[in-house]
Structures are given as C-alpha cells and as structure tokens.
Design a binder for this molecule. Structure first.
Ligand code: BGC
Length: 279
C-alpha cells in the first residue's frame, strides 16, 4: 500500500434514505456521479441532472437501476431559471416531490486575474452560485408546500450545498471560483437561518482535493500527485465516494440536529499544512 492509498470505506445502512426523492445536479461525473449512485444505494429515488454528456448521465441511471433503485436523467443548465423550474416541475410530476437537493454542479475556468474575461468570471458565478440559488429556491418551495411527512424524514427537506475548501482558502488564478464558493457558504448559512424553523435543513460539504475529472492535472502523474499530497496533512487524495458518503449522511436523520454547518472533507487541507514545519 502506497502512502496515498486507503482501505475501502464502510457501507452506509441500505435503508438510510428509503422512500426519499433526491435531485443531484451535475450528476454525470465526478462527485455528483458518486453522490447520485450513493443516494440510490441507500434507498432514495434519484434525478440525475446533467447539462452535457447524456451518455454518462444514462450510465449513472443504469448503475442505480442495476441494484434495484429508481432513477432518471434530466438535462438542465442550473444557471438557466426556466430550465431549473421545469426540472423541479418534472420531478414533482414523476416522483411526486423532492426531499433532498444536492446542489453539486460546478465548474472552473481558471485564468490569471489580469487576463480573466468577463465570460470566465460570469459563467463560473452563474453555474456555481446562481445555479445553487435557483435549485435551492425551487426545492424550498416544494419543501414548504409539503412540510414534514412522518415516516419519511424528521425534516421537511434537506439541501446539501457542495462547496469547496476554497470557500476559505484563497487561490491565485481562480478569483471567479473562490468568490463563487465563498458565496455558496453565505447562501447556505442564510438559508439555514431562514428556513430551519420550517424544519428545512441546509448544510454544505466542502471537499478538498478529490480524484475527479475536474482536477485531473493535479493528480494525473505521480509527480503531480506527490506535490498535491504535500498540501494534505492526511497524506492522500480523496475519492468522490467519500464526498458522496458525507452528503448522504448529512441528508439523513442520523444528522438531524446538524443545521447550517459546513463539513470539510479534505484530509486537513485547510489546516495551513506549511505551518507544520515553519512559522
Ligand atoms: C477544486 C479542485 C482542487 C481542490 C483543492 C476544489 O474545489 O475544484 O480543482 O484540487 O479544490 O484545491
């Protein structure tokens, strides 16, 4: 076993989210894909949102169906108000309601600040922040309309915002991305404050370096991975399944008293690891 390996993570109870309906945005790849599959594995019916690569989204659906789950794929750009409204209407139509939103869809368009175009700035904010606003707004309307359904969940609905360690850690060359993620933190906390009395739980997962297509260059070669691991006190890159597990737990009644919290799943990346040997 190399320094970057880890044993497989234990399974969650198979009935953790039984009878609940989950929407996972950006579920055709990376963290979203793993989260959609995890939600299906623990009993939720799942809407697999994607904006491109329909094939990949359909594979996620088949994987969920293969172990007896219910799922379908829905194409929508989370930054487009009409498309988000239609997606939620379709979900209520097919699955009757929504219990869990995992607002995951996110992109990076890195550029040195002085060269960053308005479209690189705007698109990242549109997808990463406005996308979460639109999906959360439409989900909350349904949570409030429906209220708590005894026997399904203690709460009227759960939102898990997928943020990043970069809601906290500044990151040169990614001003658009860091600003979008710090916006996600305040959006999450404000919604948690605003809707907790209506039994809606809003929380976030902030991943560190996770092995996904989005950051492939950072772990693709042994040299790149070794230099990435220097920034991670726990000594390894994370797996998408570890974020999926955190999201499923936050969505479940096991963590019913957790409200307005960010769960960092980052191997300690936000702990200023350079201070281990300096300062
Ligand atoms: C970014 C990744 C990066 C990680 C840790 C994530 O939010 O999307 O590209 O590797 O943060 O820096």
């Amino acid at each position: 076993m190399g320094v970057t390996s880890h044993d497989s993570i234990p399974s969650l109870p198979a009935s953790l989210l039984t009878g609940q309906k989950a929407l996972v945005t950006g579920a055709n790849s990376g963290i979203g894909r793993a989260t959609a599959i995890k939600m299906g594995q623990v009993g939720a019916d799942v809407v697999v949102n994607y904006v491109e690569d329909e094939e990949a989204a359909k594979e996620v659906v088949s994987e969920i169906e293969d172990f007896g789950g219910r799922a379908y794929a829905h194409r929508a750009d989370v930054a487009n108000e009409d498309e988000v409204v239609t997606m939620l209407e379709a979900m209520v139509d097919r699955f009757q309601t929504i219990d869990i939103l995992v607002a995951n869809a996110g992109i990076q368009r890195d550029a040195p600040f002085e060269n960053m175009t308005i479209s690189e700035w705007q698109r990242v904010l549109d997808v990463n922040l406005t996308g979460q606003f639109l999906c959360a707004r439409e989900a909350i309307k349904e949570f409030v309309r429906r209220g708590v359904v005894p026997g399904t969940s203690n709460s009227a609905g759960k939102i898990i915002c997928i943020s990043s360690v970069h809601q906290l850690i500044p990151w040169a060359g990614r001003a658009n991305y860091t600003v979008s993620k710090s916006g996600v933190q305040m959006l999450m906390e404000t919604l948690a404050q605003e809707f907790s009395s209506r039994k809606i739980r809003v929380n976030a997962v902030a991943p560190g370096a996770i092995r996904t297509p989005m950051n492939r260059p950072a772990w693709e070669t042994p040299e790149a991975e070794a230099s990435l691991v220097e920034m991670i006190p726990y000594g390894r890159v994370g797996d998408p399944e570890e974020i999926a597990t955190a999201a499923a737990l936050l969505a479940s009644d096991l963590l019913d008293y957790v409200v307005g919290t960010t769960l960092y799943v980052d191997g300690g990346m936000k702990l200023f690891p350079e201070f281990l040997h300096g300062g």
